[in-house]
Design a protein around this ligand. Structure first.
Ligand code: NAD
Length: 263
């Protein structure tokens, strides 16, 4: 049994992580943490996840020894997980998005001491799409404009999605573009499209789990690659797979392509 800790245990992803880990019967949830002062501290992690009593209450800080921490929280939760993992030499799987550059630098710094799998999107399909988008962009080349659209539920805090940025990064790497130079967020006013520009458009409606479209358009045709996540469980399954993979790895910052052997 893998001993795991879940950071962000009361959140949408945290609850599904707990539910699927309990269902799998190959994980032992040893700790489930939430931000200090959260209403669900003290509640049973299994009951919170809707799968019945498990016997582990949600607490306000990581502390127990575990094989791996799985984090879907907010950037503050990720920073707390990094501190714990560095101190206790525990591998981390983190899917929290919206980190600032300095918070991201903290992830990279911690990865010099422990193994970390970080992915803006843990679904297998999106990680294949990252590669497909790069290959299509490289093949179609300069005459094709690239735009990325993403749609998520109304509760998502960060925009655009980390996945949309990962797609833009993957295309930039494949086509020799500078990401900071190419990327713009949305479009308004009278500015014509710059050659090589990649615009990312974020939509927030209802309970959409996660949709991404990459459009390649030139005079005469459009190619569209798209992905829809039907439920959060697809991300959770990927994260649990990453958790299995990361235990025993040498320190470093890995992503889902490493886990899936797509490199
Ligand atoms: P959510 O708001 O439902 O849950 C986040 C939880 O983290 C909340 O319960 C919050 O109280 C808790 N939290 C905040 N600060 C904390 C702290 N210091 N310590 C512990 N817990 C803390 O959000 P969600 O929909 O579950 O998503 C969580 C994160 O995961 C977001 O950044 C989201 O973009 C990301 N996400 C990633 C993937 C992926 O595949 N990588 C998929 C879905 C969501």
């Amino acid at each position: 049994m893998r001993k795991i800790a879940i950071a962000g245990a009361a959140g949408r992803m945290g609850r599904r992580t707990a539910a699927l880990a309990i269902e799998a019967e190959t994980y032992d949830i040893v700790a489930a943490v939430e931000q200090p002062g959260h209403d669900d501290i003290g509640r049973d992690v299994g009951e919170l996840a809707g799968v019945g009593k498990f016997g582990v209450p949600v607490t306000a800080a990581l502390g127990e020894a575990v094989d791996v921490v799985i984090d879907f929280s907010l950037p503050e939760g990720t920073l707390a997980a990094l501190t714990f993992c560095r101190k206790s030499r525990t591998p981390l799987v983190t899917g929290t998005t919206g980190l600032t550059p300095s918070q991201q630098a903290e992830v990279a710094d911690t990865a010099s001491e422990v193994a970390i799998v970080q992915a803006a999107n843990f679904s297998v399909g999106i990680n294949v799409l990252l590669q497909a988008a790069a290959a299509v962009a490289r093949t179609l080349g300069e005459p094709y404009d690239v735009e990325i659209a993403e749609t998520h539920h109304r509760f998502k805090r960060d925009a655009p999605s980390g996945t949309a940025i990962a797609l833009a990064r993957s295309i930039c790497e494949a086509t020799g573009r500078d990401l900071d130079e190419a990327l713009i967020f949305g479009r308004e006013g009278h500015q014509p499209r710059r050659p090589g520009e990649i615009a990312v458009h974020a939509l927030r409606v209802g309970d959409t789990v996660g949709e991404h479209q990459v459009l390649f358009g030139t005079l005469g045709e459009t190619v569209c690659l798209s992905h829809s996540a039907h439920s959060r469980d697809t991300f959770v399954r990927g994260a649990l797979r990453a958790a299995e993979w990361v235990v025993g790895r040498t320190p470093g910052l890995y992503d889902m392509r490493d886990v899936l052997g797509l490199r």
